[in-house]
Design a protein around this ligand. Sequence first.
Ligand code: AMP
Ligand code: ZN
Length: 480
Amino acid sequence: MALRFFNTLTRATEEFAPIAAPAVGMYCCGPTVYDFGHIGNFRTFVFSDLVRRHLEFRGFAVNHVMNITDVEDKIIRRVHETGLDLREYTRQYIDAFLQDLDALGCRRPHQMPRATDHIAAMLRLIARLMERGLAYRAADGSVYFSIDKYRAAERWPGCACRYGQLVNLNLEEQRPAGPVKADEYDKEHVADFALWKARVPEDGGVFWESPWGPGRPGWHIECSAMSLEILGDGFDLHVGGEDLAFPHHEDEIAQSEGAGGLAGGLWEARRPFVKYWLHAAHLLVEGRKMSKSLGNYFTVRDLLARGFTGRDVRQLLISAHYRETFNFTLDGLEGARTALARIDECTGKLRELAGPAIAAPAPALVEAFTAALDDDLNVSKAWGVVFDWVRDTNRALAGGELDPTRAAAELAAWGTVDGVLGLGGRPSAEAPAEALALVEARTAAKKAKDFARADAIRGELKALGWTIEDTAKGPKLKRI
Ligand code: AMP
Ligand code: ZN
């Protein structure tokens, strides 16, 4: 079966056929670095990692771009509160973001452009919109995108520009009185939005020169310019959280298609800005979106401090289908930990039995898993496949039905599947240094035939939450 995705643009599940296979250009709206990201944000980023991993597994050569929004209304406010310089202020949250991505087992995007490094491309795009008469300078000196002019223009000869491609809009009813300068505006309204925001005293030192006077870019133009500059005029895949579909993504389409691309490529090829749009549903807390403004959030660091691992959090975040919202609870996270322990136990036993044996992946698990993910990344189905496999493998192990080669083949199958899930093995370093030191002390005590001490150490490990198993390859720590 072919790989299929639900495309928000056509509201249909479609076969994935990139513009120039096997190359795939993929853009994901990245973090706004005004603070630590919460795990709601990371649901979207882990989802984009899953998309990328599955595409790579299916033989595509993905160029994964994720921007960093490092100039925007909220950031400017914080910069002034802290008195730091913009770069200094955002640096700490960019570093934290990368650490969190690593903790969650995400492959680093190939390119992570920062908005402030791409101002020239933004100015070029705005200039094209001005030339085509789709943008105007208002009395406040800012440059706005004209929705009316855009709707009356052509995307390419004979093809009208359409505002409302990702969402259904009622343009006559949803009109605000005038243009809006804020990056995040009321979702109930369709408005002329700011491309270039004229400098105001509150901006302090955060401004750039432009043909329309000093100022800074709007959030929407940032993503259009960076994606077009890096992936070219017209690319395959754009990913983000569902809250971004309108107005952020709709505005990205309008600016990019209105301008014909950064170099006129959309006009020449008569091609849309983006072929496939994928939107991830929200992570909820007690039925409401996890968000900074509601104060109902956990950061990755909060959860690590509670003793969970990045792997536990990743498992939870990819346990539900990406188009379904789901409620975050600490119990759910405990459940993720238990699920991983079941897998780890099974693969641990396979590893022991396989020893040095090497074999090609057993096909059954890989085939069923691939079919599930090819179906619009149906992870719910994929987890069903994985846990059926765990159950059947445990049975076969208990019944003595597997030889080392077969065990190695099942293990290789798990390795293939996990290349997409990205969970990785339970890192041995995960046991705290204190527990590892106790294991060594116990080995030394046993060597010295001090069995009372060896038993006492068992008790000390138990108090730390670990138990020791003596295997043919030496003692092994296991979480209780
Ligand atoms: P921001 O840093 O606020 O620009 O958001 C970064 C990404 O996180 C965007 O793609 C948002 O759509 C996404 N996002 C924000 N809140 C949530 C949530 N509760 N669940 C899932 N994704 C979210
Ligand atoms: Zn964006």
